[in-house]
Design a protein around this ligand. Structure first.
Ligand code: GAP
Length: 457
C-alpha cells in the first residue's frame, strides 16, 4: 500500500459513512465533523472498551457524568481563566495569524515550542528570521495571549457578567468537584479513581488535520486520588496501563512512543504523552500527569470547602494527590482508523480495502449474506434478527458474493456469514474471516458463541 495520507483517510471516512464534514449541505462549518453510522458505532465501541478497562476492571474506580456547564469559579480555581491561552502572533505583511510556539516548532523540528517562554519565542523568531508560512516574510507583531475557552451566557440578559458561563475545556474538573460526592456515596477509600467520558470545547487557533485538533471534541479522563508518596508508583502504573490499552486495541507498536514533557506545568510533578505516528507525523494521543495536590487544594481555596481526606486506618488527614490519565476520544478514533486501513492486491488484480479493526471495536461484527436471494433470503433475515439481539449485524443481498465480501471488509466487519443450501439442508453456515479470508463451517446455533468469543475485549 502507498503511504497513507490524511486526505485518503478523510475520503475513506466520507465514502463509507464513518465521518462527514459538519453541516455539509450548508458548505460545511470549518473543523467540525459529524460521525456517521459507522463512525459513531466505532466511537461508542472505543468508549465501551475504555470504560471496561478504566472503570469496570480498575479496582475502586467510579464513573461520573458531569454537566458541561459548571460554576464559573471552577475555571478560576483550575487556572484556566488566567492561563489557558495560546501565544498568537500576526504576520504584518500578509496579515495571517499563527501560534508562535508552532511557528518555532515548524522552523526547527527538534524544538518543543511549549518549553519556551513568551520572551524566548519572540527572540527565537527574530534571531532566526523565522518566515511566515504563508508569504515567507519575517515581520511579525508582538505575541498576544488568546484565551481558548468558549464563553456563553445563561439567563435573559445577554451581556450581564453574572450570567457568564464557559463551555468546559476539559472533563477533568467534573471529576475533581465531585471528589467528595463520590467518596461519600461510594464509601470509597483512597486510592480510588473517578473517570468520565464527555464533550470538551476549545477555541483552537490552529485546528486541523481532520479530527486531530477540533474545537469540539470528546475526552475520556480518569483521575486517581492517592496519598502523597504513592503518586509516582501510580503515575508509572497509569503510563503503562494506557500503553497496554492501545496495544490491546491492536495499534501498531512501531507507531506508538512515550514522550516525557520537558517543561512541566507549574503544578505537575511528572508528565508524559503517548504519541502516535499519524499520517502528518507524530502527535500527542494520550497524556498521563502527576498533578500533585494542586487540583483539590485549589478547589478547597476557591470553594471554601475542605478537601482533606481522613484516612480511616490511622486518622491522618491530607489532601490527596491526583494522577490523571487523559485521552481524546476523537483522536483515538482517528488513530484507530489510520492504523486499521489497509489495501491488498488480489490475484485477479482487484484492490481489497480492509479496515483491520480489533473485532471488539468494529462497528458491525458480522454481515449476513444469502447466497441466492430467492432461496436464502428468508433464513438470512431470520438469522440477522436473532443475532442482532447480541451484537450489531448488517445484511447484504446485492451483487456477487465477492463484491459483498469486499464491502464488508472495507468497513472492517470481522465476519461474513453465508446462508446457502447447506443451511437449508444441514443447518450449517460458512463463516469467513476478514483478515485471513479463511472459511469455517459451523452449526447455526453455534454462531452466537463463536462470534461472542472473538469480540471480547
Ligand atoms: N485534563 C487534561 C487535559 O485536558 P490535554 O492534553 O489538554 O489535557 C488531553 O488534553 C487529550 O485530549 C489530548 O491528549 C488529546 O488526545 C485530546 N485533545 C486535546 N485537545 C484537543 C482538540 N482540540 N481536539 C481533539 N482532541 C483534543
Amino acid at each position: 500500500m502507498d503511504k497513507l495520507t490524511m486526505d485518503k483517510i478523510v475520503n475513506v471516512c466520507k465514502q463509507y459513512g464513518f465521518i462527514f464534514q459538519g453541516s455539509e449541505i450548508y458548505g460545511g462549518l470549518a473543523n467540525t465533523w459529524d460521525y456517521g453510522p459507522l463512525g459513531s458505532r466505532l466511537k461508542n465501541n472505543i468508549k465501551d472498551a475504555w470504560r471496561k478497562r478504566f472503570i469496570q476492571e480498575n479496582e475502586n474506580s467510579y464513573e461520573v457524568d458531569a454537566d458541561i456547564l459548571m460554576h464559573p469559579t471552577v475555571w478560576k480555581a483550575s487556572g484556566h481563566v488566567d492561563s489557558f491561552s495560546d501565544p498568537l502572533i500576526d504576520c504584518k505583511h500578509c496579515k495571517t495569524r499563527h501560534r508562535a510556539d508552532k511557528l518555532v516548532e515548524e522552523y526547527d523540528k527538534s524544538i518543543n515550542g511549549d518549553s519556551f517562554t513568551e520572551k524566548e519565542l519572540v527572540k527565537f523568531i527574530k534571531d532566526n528570521k523565522v518566515p511566515c508560512p504563508k508569504c515567507g516574510k519575517s515581520d511579525f507583531t508582538d505575541i498576544r495571549q488568546f484565551g481558548l475557552m468558549f464563553e456563553t451566557h445563561r439567563g435573559v440578559i445577554k451581556d450581564s457578567k453574572d450570567g457568564l458561563v464557559y463551555l468546559r475545556p476539559e472533563t477533568a474538573q467534573g471529576e475533581f468537584v465531585n471528589f467528595w460526592n463520590v467518596q461519600r456515596t461510594m464509601r470509597a477509600k483512597v486510592p480510588f479513581g473517578i473517570g468520565q467520558i464527555g464533550k470538551a470545547f476549545r477555541n483552537e487557533i490552529t485546528p486541523g488535520n481532520f479530527t486531530f485538533r477540533t474545537i469540539e471534541f470528546e475526552q475520556m479522563e480518569h483521575q486517581l486520588f492517592c496519598k502523597e508518596g504513592t503518586d509516582t508508583k501510580f503515575y508509572k502504573f497509569y503510563k503503562e496501563y494506557a500503553m497496554n490499552f492501545l496495544k490491546d486495541l491492536g495499534l501498531n507498536t512501531d507507531k506508538l512512543r512515550y514522550k516525557d514533557h520537558e517543561k512541566l506545568a507549574h503544578y505537575a510533578k511528572e508528565a508524559c504523552d503517548i504519541e502516535y505516528l499519524f499520517p502528518m507525523g507524530w502527535g500527542e494521543l494520550w497524556g498521563t500527569h502527576n498533578r500533585t495536590d494542586y487540583d483539590l487544594s485549589r478547589h478547597q481555596e476557591y470553594s471554601g470547602k475542605s478537601m482533606e481526606y481522613t484516612d480511616p486506618d490511622d486518622n491522618s488527614k491530607y489532601i490527596p494527590y491526583v494522577v490523571e490519565s487523559s485521552v481524546g476520544c476523537d483522536r483515538m478514533v482517528l488513530a484507530v482508523l489510520c492504523d486499521s486501513y489497509d489495501e491488498e492486491i488480489l490475484e485477479n488484480g482487484d484492490v481489497r480495502e480492509i479496515m483491520r479493526f480489533n473485532p471488539a471495536i468494529a462497528p458491525y461484527k458480522a454481515t449476513i449474506l444469502p447466497l441466492v436471494k430467492k432461496y436464502h433470503k428468508e433464513l438470512a433475515q431470520e438469522l440477522k434478527e436473532k443475532l442482532s439481539k447480541s451484537f450489531m449485524c448488517s445484511y447484504d443481498e446485492t451483487g456477487s458474493i465477492g463484491k459483498r465480501y469486499r464491502r464488508s471488509d472495507a468497513i472492517g466487519t470481522p465476519f461474513c456469514i453465508t446462508i446457502d443450501n447447506d443451511t437449508l439442508d444441514n443447518n450449517t453456515v460458512t463463516i469467513r474471516d476478514r483478515d485471513t479470508m479463511e472459511q469455517v463451517t459451523i452449526k447455526v446455533d453455534e454462531i452466537e458463541d463463536y462470534i461472542n468469543n472473538k469480540i471480547k475485549f
